[in-house]
Design a protein around this ligand. Structure first.
Ligand code: ADP
Ligand code: MG
Length: 634
């Protein structure tokens, strides 16, 4: 027997990433060490739910025992704690894949992002969800024995590791279905060899687990169920303590921190369902990972069916929690569920509730809403594009940076903006730029600043799409200050108009000459109504793609249907522009004209076609302008 075991015993090295994760976890989570129990119970509960789901189609998987439970035991002499379940269990390859490797590329990228700064990293670890490896916070040796439901007893597997560089794997005979995890405690962890302590931890973290968690009684031979063992979301709100809501969230969301907000609601009628949904505080590590499998969990009549990010629209992919339907059929396959009408209605109902929750947060707990916006604002913006039915509500939830604010914090709603509009103003002005600095300093803002008109500033990658889909809010059109003739509507000033016309006449054929010179770099050269300080800027016609959008499309490999050329606008009151007008020497006219164009490109954060030419022309001009004395001394 002994030699047989040794013969089939195999030693396998952990992936480098797992080793790194283990080290970090042991060090950074030391002060939270009791969470190991929560994690093991959470896995045992998941295993029970998986078995229950699979047994819907194949009852033989129960092997005659359908009472799913979790047992916790400790042994003072051996200094061990065991957590046992009769859930789905694992076969050999599953043990290798789930415990010892990190399969998802998202997780690997996450680990690469760890900085080595312990405080920062332990917060990240929390977001990432610690899982099975947290056993090694309290144990210096962990053994896991498991046998998959439906397989014969000789298909058992034993995994063991000290958490250092490798683990062993061997075949064992295991009549009992499910998994047993045995923790050999570290020297200083004897505090956990105490029934009262373990029971308190279970009640604190795992009371909401809908499966009985059983422990031996301290006195006598009996067993007792330590937790409430009923689905939390089915209980009435009055019965649920705040801490249970919070611990349940941590369980479903794999989050270390509590949630930002929640909604718990039961919908009656032909389509009955219960929602217990949460908004996290921090973005999960895989928020931008297209392969992420985390999302809302679907239950049918208390039976776990699937966890699917698609239960929520993509723009609400940060929502976590449970939807439990009483009307969906229990014996339904995941594939059929995905296009089920009743599920569609549940989805639509859940979306409305979440939007309502966010509206409530924005109105009544603005500080919390600010945290939400910082974490998920750029995701919510996708809703403007994705969910045209709810577009108006989503638009009401948007927050922007604005020329009124001193920094790039995004606090201004469209409603705030409209409330502050100037008399005669009938449009919502915005500017999309490369980044906040470029937006804030853009020449396009000059005349609006002069007239004290607020402009919303946008610079996130999603923003170009956002403004393409959000053309108005509460009857007020959105207008880019960098596109078309800047239409000031009712803000126009008759006197100014007249003065401008007079100045325009003095320009004669200057604009035409410059257009010829610049060729097809621009579609037009004209005098500007936007500029007060700068000499020149580029604008697009109303349908033109912005420079930024072009580069987004180019980098995503989309062929450009049409290259949109910008319009060059000149400020007739600027000294350089006046000089251009009055310049009779063709060579100097060319230098100055090209210089003005290049300046306008630079002000947008663009790249010059001929940077060396720009420098040469600029220097020529500077030398000409410098006083004679400094020319001599150089
Ligand atoms: P997570 O639970 O977030 O997936 P864990 O590290 O806690 O991450 O667990 C990794 C995987 O190991 C689980 O997803 C599951 O597939 C498997 N596993 C862990 N514990 C058990 C168990 N008691 N029974 C069956 N499978 C388990
Ligand atoms: Mg887990």
């Amino acid at each position: 027997m002994m030699s047989e075991t040794t013969q089939n015993k195999q030693t396998i090295g952990f992936q480098a990433e797992v080793r790194q994760l283990l080290q970090l976890m042991i060090h950074s989570l030391y002060s939270n060490r009791e969470i190991f129990l929560r994690e093991l119970i959470s896995n045992a509960a998941d295993a029970a739910e998986k078995l229950r789901f699979q047994a819907l189609a194949d009852e033989s998987l129960y092997e005659g025992d359908s009472e799913l439970k979790i047992w916790i035991d400790y042994d003072k002499d051996a200094r061990t704690i065991t957590v046992r379940d009769n859930g789905i269990g694992m076969e050999r390859q599953e043990v290798i894949d789930n415990i010892g490797t990190i399969a998802s590329s998202g997780t690997r990228r996450f680990l690469e992002s760890l900085s080595g700064d312990e405080a920062a990293d332990s917060r990240l670890i929390g977001q990432f969800g610690v899982g099975f490896y947290s056993s090694f916070i309290v144990a210096d040796r962990v053994a896991l024995e498991t046998r998959k439901a439906g397989l014969p007893a000789d298909q058992g597997v034993r995994w063991e590791s000290t958490g250092e560089g490798e683990y062993t794997l061997e075949a064992v005979n295991r009549p009992a279905r499910g998994t047993t995890v045995t923790l050999h405690l570290r020297e200083d962890m004897d505090e956990f060899l105490d029934g009262a302590r373990l029971r308190a931890i279970v009640r604190k973290f795992s009371d909401h687990i809908p499966i009985p968690i059983v422990m031996k009684q301290d006195k006598g031979e009996g067993e007792e169920v330590v937790n409430s063992a009923s689905a939390l979301w089915i209980r009435s709100k009055e019965e649920i303590e705040e801490k249970d809501y919070e611990e349940f969230y941590k369980h479903v969301a794999h989050d270390f921190e509590g949630p930002l907000a929640r909604l718990h609601s039961r919908v009656e009628g032909t389509n009955e369902y219960t929602l217990l949904l949460y908004i996290p505080k921090n973005p999960p590590f895989d928020l931008w990972d297209r392969e992420s499998t985390h999302g809302v969990k679907l239950y049918v009549q208390r039976v776990f069916i699937m966890e699917d990010p698609k239960l929520m629209p993509r723009y609400l992919r940060f929502v976590r929690g449970v939807i439990d339907s009483d009307s969906l059929p229990l014996n339904v396959s995941r594939e059929i569920l995905q296009e089920n009408r009743a599920l569609e209605r549940i989805r639509a109902g859940a979306v409305k509730k979440i939007l309502g929750l966010l509206e409530d947060l924005a109105k009544n707990r603005p500080e919390q809403y600010r945290i939400f916006w910082k974490s998920f604002g750029s995701v919510l913006k996708e809703g403007i594009i994705e969910d045209s039915k709810n577009r108006d509500r989503i638009a009401g939830l948007l927050r922007f940076a604005s020329t009124r604010d001193e920094d790039e914090s995004q606090n201004v709603s469209l409603t705030d903006y409209i409330g502050r509009m100037k008399e005669g103003q009938d449009q919502i002005y915005y500017l999309v730029a490369e980044n906040y600095q470029a937006a804030k300093a853009s020449p396009h803002l000059e005349v609006l600043r002069d007239k004290d008109i607020e402009v919303l500033l946008l610079w996130e990658p999603v923003d170009e799409w956002l403004v393409a889909h959000l053309t108005e809010f509460e009857g007020k059109p959105l207008q880019s200050v960098a596109k078309g003739d800047l239409d000031l509507g009712g803000l126009k000033d008759e006197g100014e108009e007249k003065a401008r016309e007079l100045v325009a006449q003095t320009f004669g054929d200057t604009l035409e000459k410059l257009k010829k010179l610049l060729g097809d770099k621009v579609s037009e050269v004209r005098l500007s109504q936007r500029l007060t300080d700068s000499a020149a800027c580029l604008v697009l016609d109303n349908f033109g793609l912005s420079r930024r959008m072009e580069s987004i499309l180019k980098s995503s490999g989309q062929p450009m249907a049409f290259g949109s050329k910008p319009i060059l606008e000149l400020n007739p009151k600027h000294g350089l522009v006046e000089r251009l007008r009055d310049e009779s020497d063709a060579g100097r006219f060319e230098d100055l004209g090209k210089l003005l164009f290049d300046q306008a490109v630079l002000a947008e954060g663009g790249q010059l076609g001929d940077p060396a030419g720009f420098v040469r022309r600029l220097n020529a001009l500077l030398q000409e302008a410098l006083p004679a004395s400094s020319r001599e001394s150089s």
